[in-house]
Design a protein around this ligand. Sequence first.
Ligand SMILES: [Zn+2]
Length: 563
Amino acid sequence: MLQTPLRSIPLLAAASLLALCGVATAKAPRRPAPVPVVAVPPISAETLKEVTRTLSSDAYEGRAPGTPGEDKTVATIIDRFKAAGLKPGNKGRWTQDVPTVIVEAKNHVPLTVKAEGQVLSFAFGADYVAGSYRITPRTDLADAPLVFVGFGVNAPEQGWNDYAGVDMKGKIAVILVNDPDYEQADENGPFKGRRMTYYGRWRYKFEEAARQGAAGALIVHDTFPAAYGWQVVQSSWSGKQKYVQSATNGMDQTLANGWIQKSTAEAILKASGQDLAALTAAAKVKGFKPVPLNATASLGFDNGIERAMSHNVIGVQPGKARPNEYVLYTAHWDHLGRCKANAKGDDICNGAIDNATGVAALVALAQANRKAGPPARSQVFLAVTLEESGLLGSEFYASNPVYPLARTVGGVNMDALGMGSAARDIAVTGGDKSELTRYLQTATRAMGLTITGETHPERGYYYRSDHFSFAKRGVPMFDVGRGSDWVNGGRAAGEAASERYSNVDYHQPSDEFHEDWDWSGPLQDVTLFYRLGRSLAETSDWPNWHKTDEFRLIRDRSRAGVK
Ligand SMILES: [Zn+2]
């Protein structure tokens, strides 16, 4: 009973009381199985070092997908998985093909808006950016009606729908960035206040507009709620964009997605007799109704299209008792390849921390789990490609799973294990979203560690690495790692190290292997990852998202009817 988190005790007591009085209760709340406490075999620091050193050496040229660096990397991972005793994870093969499309939107005409007899014109780059997820050589939207849809959120679990009552076919949605309660200082509120939920992410806005049948979607940029400036939007929306090849060729998406500057939005709304500030205030209140604007917009551009192929690498340890239930370990193998040369003329972004360490952890975990013998459930070791291009390898696997997601219990994603001292705390990205928290509490208790939150919940980091491709399809995933309260040097040392990494080495040629690195920290991380993955693989439990979490309904639907 001790291992049951406080949340469910009051519920249980109520249920048994009613049973006692012979009153038929709806459905007794699910009583989660206790979290198994697992024994941890030795984790090989030598393996962590060797794999990180090898994959981050200049010979791998920064592991860019579609280059000789990819071939070397994929062959090395297969070799290490084989040596660890895993089986090929894709129907006898070690790899999964990941077909990609590279689209470059160009020759944009100005965005033209007609309102109340006026014609407004906005320049590409300075006032707006746009592109298309549709694989087509030309994109044109002519005189499409504009509709202001607030934050563009459709959250049934919150009884919130910013599209209620409007037919978006042939229209363009004008959408605010972040979620309706982002200004709150705490994390309370329907959308977790200061913490950004998936509803706040730009990708969600475009997906929901497409689900609503909109012809186009334009997000209003505003630096504070976006958590980055217009120059970030401008640079990430110009040049070549990579997408995974989808069965629909993107035809289930809008014709065009993009961003407009806040000043552009203010001008458009003013010309339509509306006020952005007033509409924004209204949009923050439950029951907000979409506002058709007396305005239409036109835009157009060409799309240069190329195709390429990359690969995910998959190894598996089949389970003993329930082999058709799966637990995931994921890490991306790709990095930036050759990048802008630094002052020393070094132009290879070696990606030692990001993410040769994560792949090294995959191999060390494969060895340790093989040493411990097969658990009850099967364990899938998945090294994905194209994370740096937008989580594409994990997106492709999650939309073309080798092992059904409805039979995938959960998993641990490992991205950029920082070097240095072990810590007294574990940081959780995303906060307490699911019943996985029980597993984390059990593991950290066994390791004598405390659990701390993340320092910047408003930046939505949970939605920015590979676990998210699974979470958004309902699979509960861990994104955890050492906190900054270091054993050697305390919080000061921990924070200084992560500052240095983010400001100096992140996505730079200087993210290289050093023989004198202190591996006690990564070893602690991998020990935690072992405990989390192994306990999920030994239990018969199906941990779910908490009732109010944005992924709960998706999971319940995907598991409905699964025996
Ligand atoms: Zn990474």
